[in-house]
Design a protein around this ligand. Sequence first.
Ligand code: SAM
Length: 232
Amino acid sequence: MGTLYLVATPIGNLSDFSPRGVETLSAVSEIYAEDTRRSGQLLTHFQIKNPLHSYYEQNELLRIPEIMAKLATRDIALVSDAGTPTISDPGFKLVRAASSAGYKIVSIPGPVAAVLALTSSALPTDRFSFIGFLPKKDLARRKVLEEIKTWRSTLIFYESPYRVQATLKSLLEVLGDRPASVSRELTKLHEETVRGELSELLAIFSKSVKGEITIVVGVKENGSSEPPADAA
Ligand code: SAM
């Protein structure tokens, strides 16, 4: 019986690929990747020559039975374009199917942009919530923000560089002014983390920005990450 390996890959710095990640991808029978061209370059760099197939949101329902059949006799790995598979990337449905079928599932650790942005945000890390991408439409986005407005945890958002300004504006309008950070191009040459109140960050990121962005938002000033007094 095979094992399904979820292998984290670098989010911008090839030196972050763990020796265990390389060993695992070299040892499995086949590798499934979100974008075979992109992962192909990574595999070539690390001289990994195993067969590579696509696995993305639009073909995952076709791929899952195929991978389940292969897992009966061999080890399979899943990678995403960058970072940890299943974190705002495809894979969860495959993991659920593999679990239901009784296959062993092993995650090989590596970079997750959300965790890197959180740890460099200078915001409390004792309790955090990963929100991922907010809906693009303003109304739907506000609905999610209204829902999480009272959560007493640091919030982590993924965003495209084209929507940073609009998202910071929605965050400010719905959540109110709060300490926050914008991390850009983590692990890359031009990595930066800008910290400040949401209103300050909105002023700083008033123009379009380039690169990959993760936004981290703290609890409201004089709020606390402690549970409410009546929670116990
Ligand atoms: N699976 C990935 C992970 O483990 O972080 C996330 C994939 S998600 C499709 C891509 C989003 O992650 C980007 O839009 C951005 O919000 C965030 N991200 C990825 N790389 C980043 C980086 N180097 N710096 C800041 N944020 C990044």
